[in-house]
Ligand binder design. Structure first.
Ligand SMILES: [Zn+2]
Length: 354
């Protein structure tokens, strides 16, 4: 048993040491000594702990590195106001997701089409110039990007969704996941337009911020990158002239960005003045659109993870239970998390992948 894994698995369930002590009947000082590597744990107690946390005992032996927020491996948006326990839970979940994906990808090679470039903003002049360079190097056609998630995956950036408990976190990026240069975990509670802006923002970090930059500056740069990546100035400027709420609602499904982002873009490009910008935003707030905007946008379709699972299930002949074992999860949780069907009562393996 690796003490660090015990801490990680406990935190992934959102339990404190005291709560785990209560659930297992193991005194908290003893648990704390075990987690700190100062006391060993016998098989009976490990079983108690594993059952309480609802993980198979094998998960406690994993030797993978564990990354913390603040390490260069992590980028995340807007977590400043999150309570420490919620943050630790998300951090644990992100580490576990990375470890699980690495295991699932071990025997599978998925080709990539493009490089994920690392570009220095100062050399290009601005984040917008960097965004244009990425679009060019990926040979993206002019106009709106149909599916950013798919484009990212062609450059080796895996995209998965996970229901983070707090809406305050949009996404977390992790670098170097198996053979892949990066993984973006999206909070699955977001509407499609916000999801797309988030993906473009995270891509900005991955491309521009190879070392930990000053946080506010890095956020501004990632937003500027995302704006140009999604809404190239040269193509969208004339369409934003004299923008109204009605016009924003028409443009939203075309560019697949929020009305708020279109109006902000109009201001940033100098197409409307600050007064007009403020009055449009007041109308948006009055209509309650700050929380939920009208007009839905099609969702992007990340597909690499589904493909990897499909290869295991269909070509390599794994059952869902066996795959669950590979990633040290209970089959029910594994199936729910990855949207798989467990064998039906009649013994047939449905193996459907959505
Ligand atoms: Zn960011």
């Amino acid at each position: 048993m690796r003490p660090q894994m015990l801490t990680l698995l406990r935190e992934s369930r959102g339990y404190s040491g005291a709560q785990l002590a209560k659930l297992t009947g193991i005194p908290q000082p003893t648990l704390s000594r075990i987690e700190n590597g100062l006391a060993s744990v016998d098989d009976d107690r490990l079983k108690l702990i594993a059952d309480a946390l609802d993980y198979p005992v094998e998960a406690f032996d994993w030797t993978d590195p564990v990354y913390g927020f603040g390490s260069a491996a992590f980028y995340h948006r807007k977590q400043q106001s999150l309570p420490q326990t919620a943050l630790r839970r998300i951090q644990a979940e992100v580490n576990l997701t990375r470890m699980r994906l690495e295991r699932l990808m071990r025997s599978i090679e998925v080709g990539t089409e493009y490089e994920l470039p690392h570009l220095v903003v100062e050399e290009f002049g601005s984040p917008a110039e960097v965004a244009r360079a990425v679009r060019a190097s990926w040979r993206m056609p002019m106009g709106p990007i149909r599916d950013i998630a798919a484009a990212l995956e062609l450059a080796g950036v895996l995209v998965v969704r996970f229901p983070f408990e707090s809406p305050k976190i949009s996404a977390i990026s992790v670098e170097n996941v198996g053979a892949y240069p990066a993984l973006i975990i999206l909070n699955s509670s977001m509407p499609a337009d916000r999801e797309r802006f988030t993906l473009a923002h995270e891509l900005g970090h991955l491309v521009m911020h190879t070392t930990l930059a000053e946080v506010d500056e890095a956020e501004r740069e990632a937003d500027a990158f995302a704006s140009e990546f999604l809404m190239p100035a040269a193509e969208i400027r004339t369409q934003l002239k004299g923008i109204t709420l009605e016009r924003a609602a028409q443009l939203k499904p075309v560019w697949k960005v929020s009305m708020g982002a279109l109006i902000r873009r109009a201001r940033d490009l100098g197409v409307i003045d600050d007064r007009r910008y403020t009055s449009l935003n007041v109308s948006i707030s009055q209509k309650g659109w700050r929380k939920v905007e009208p007009v839905e946008v099609d969702r992007d379709h990340p597909s690499v993870l589904a493909m990897i699972l499909d290869i295991h299930l269909r070509e390599h002949g794994y059952s869902v239970e066996e795959l669950a074992q590979v990633v040290a999860m209970r089959p029910e949780e594994f199936a729910a998390r990855f949207d798989l069907d467990l064998p039906g009562r009649d013994g047939r393996h449905l193996r459907a992948i959505k």
